[in-house]
Design a protein around this ligand. Structure first.
Ligand code: PMP
Length: 344
């Protein structure tokens, strides 16, 4: 981890210690100072590198895996890429059950990293045998020497962020952070980071980002899983139709829900204003930040850290494709048409 400017033993040493970047233009009209922890800087281009490395190394320590073991996971793409990357270096086989909602780029990338990929229907309930949870569970029971990472229900997912993301943010802000804004999927990022930060300063506000179509916000407010809240949406990796045990709802102060369209626009605005090419949930987190600002969450003394979980290159066939944006009815000529291509 400390060799960023020398020669590293392998790609895994570059995981973590991601930069914190001040946001300037995009937030100029808001009260407070805003920073992003840009997880797209990890070698696997997302925050999931941290959990893949931590969970696999813990399994090694416990003697659960050896060379040739098959590592199985359900994934929206990012966790899969990170597990595939760690597996290549450490000599494991990798099987991934992904949602059909995942972009083609993500699925191709997993294959390029040597993983065997099962694409499972996105819009079935978690207990359907075709859901990616059940496909992964079935494969785990069928393959003798296999481990199932199970990120939604694995405390090690949370620990990875408690050990690394939390301390990094505390150090990078010199303890001055007042608010954390983080997208919640498994909840590992927000829960582990928040636990560490609240241990340092219990007054830090932890603001979770959820999607319209997901059950997390309602569960946080009522303690009940209301499946009427659940309907299809496009953002990958944000929100859920079940309650993951990797989410510690106690450390989260509130959730803000965002839409597919606003989040896509906000991601493109981040690129055009800050020159940071970030993923769809980064747009979601930025959009939530704006909605919370409008509701008076921040003042001029606020130091707000917004986590950008992954890199925009994962979404070339989605939010960064004008055709895809048009198909969704999201295209905004005024905002996006300023860069032209000329054929000669
Ligand atoms: N953004 C993206 C792009 C993701 O893939 C995920 C993970 N599902 C998240 C955000 C949410 O992170 P976590 O699972 O740690 O809550």
């Amino acid at each position: 981890m400390s060799h960023k400017f020398g020669i590293t033993e392998n790609v895994l040493e570059l995981i973590g210690n991601t930069p914190m970047i001040k946001l300037n233009k995009i937030t100029e009209k808001l009260d407070g100072k805003f920073y992003t922890k840009f997880e797209g800087y990890n070698p696997g281009h997302s925050t999931k590198d941290r959990i893949a490395l931590h969970i696999i190394e813990q399994a090694e320590k416990q003697g659960l895996i050896k060379k040739g073991t098959t590592i199985i996971e359900t994934t929206s793409g990012n966790t899969g890429f990170s597990i595939a990357m760690v597996s290549i270096i450490k000599g494991y086989d990798c099987i991934l059950a992904v949602s059909s909602k995942s972009s083609n780029d993500k699925i191709d990338m997993l294959k390029a990293m040597g993983a065997k990929v099962y694409v499972c229907p996105a819009h079935v309930s978690a207990d359907d045998p075709r859901s990616y949870y059940n496909v992964a569970k079935r494969l785990h029971s069928e393959i003798a020497d296999s481990v199932y990472i199970n990120q939604y229900f694995n405390q090690l997912n949370v620990d990875a962020h408690y050990n690394t993301t939390g301390p990094e943010i505390w150090e990078q802000t010199n303890g001055k952070i007042t608010h954390l804004v983080a997208a919640s999927g498994t909840g590992g990022t927000i829960s582990g980071t928040a636990k560490y930060l609240k241990e340092q300063n219990p007054n830090i506000k932890i603001l979770g980002v959820d999607a319209f179509g997901s059950v997390l916000k309602k569960f946080h407010e009522t303690g009940e899983l209301d499946l009427e809240e659940s309907y299809p949406y496009r953002i990958e990796g944000l929100g859920k139709n079940l309650i993951p045990t990797a989410t510690d709802f106690e450390v989260i102060d509130k959730f803000e829900k965002v839409s597919d369209e606003d989040s896509a626009h906000r991601a493109r605005e981040i690129a055009l204003t800050e020159g940071i090419f970030a993923g769809y949930t980064s747009g979601a987190a930025m959009q939530a930040t704006f909605q919370l600002a409008e509701k008076g969450e921040f003042d001029k003394n606020s130091n707000v850290v917004v986590i950008f979980p992954d890199h925009g290159s994962r979404y070339m066939s989605k939010i960064y494709s004008d055709d895809w944006m048009r198909e969704q009815g999201f295209f905004d000529t005024e905002k996006f048409a300023q860069a032209e291509i000329e054929f000669v």
